[in-house]
Design a protein around this ligand. Structure first.
Ligand code: ADP
Length: 145
């Protein structure tokens, strides 16, 4: 069973996230979309709202599971018996950020990271841009599922 964890804050889930999950689907038997929680971090959408948004986006897809975790992502992968970590790459900044984390996860926990390069039409989308628009009462409906 090839299982991947796709970790993130998903505050909120965007079309960029959905694109990565859909394109990764042929690679894995199961993908766990995992909402990482950090008590020190302030979120715009509550955990329940974020979980519901993700479940709605993938409803009817039996290969996709949604979970919540605290602490190290690699430890959560071990717990879920997931051999792979799925991440999306939009630009060189994402790569630079991800590189050392992926190397550490592989070395320390034996978890292999798999990266999918975002589709060009989604590479400008980030949850933080959506939050900026939402904070200023703008229409962000074209950026989210
Ligand atoms: P994190 O706080 O871990 O970066 P995010 O929810 O922002 O959590 O992102 C989760 C994953 O989705 C990351 O790998 C991120 O690079 C990827 N991602 C976010 N937006 C996009 C996008 N528009 N296209 C492709 N990948 C994306």
């Amino acid at each position: 069973m090839k299982r991947a964890v796709f970790p993130g804050s998903f505050d909120p889930i965007t079309l960029g996230h959905v694109d990565i999950v859909e394109r990764a689907m042929p690679l894995f038997d199961e993908i766990i979309i995992a909402i990482g929680t950090n008590a020190a971090k302030k979120y715009m959408w509550s955990l329940e709202e974020r979980k519901a948004q993700i479940e709605k986006a993938f409803s009817g897809n039996s290969k996709i599971k949604v979970a919540v975790y605290e602490g190290l992502t690699a430890a959560f992968c071990k717990k879920m018996k997931a051999q792979f970590l799925l991440r999306g790459l939009r630009n060189p900044a994402d790569f630079t950020y991800e590189q050392t984390i992926a190397q550490a996860n592989q070395k320390v926990n034996g978890v292999e990271s798999v990266f999918i390069i975002s589709s060009p039409e989604y590479s400008f989308i980030s949850s933080s841009i959506v939050r900026d628009i939402a904070r200023n009462d703008g229409d962000f409906s074209s950026l989210v599922p």
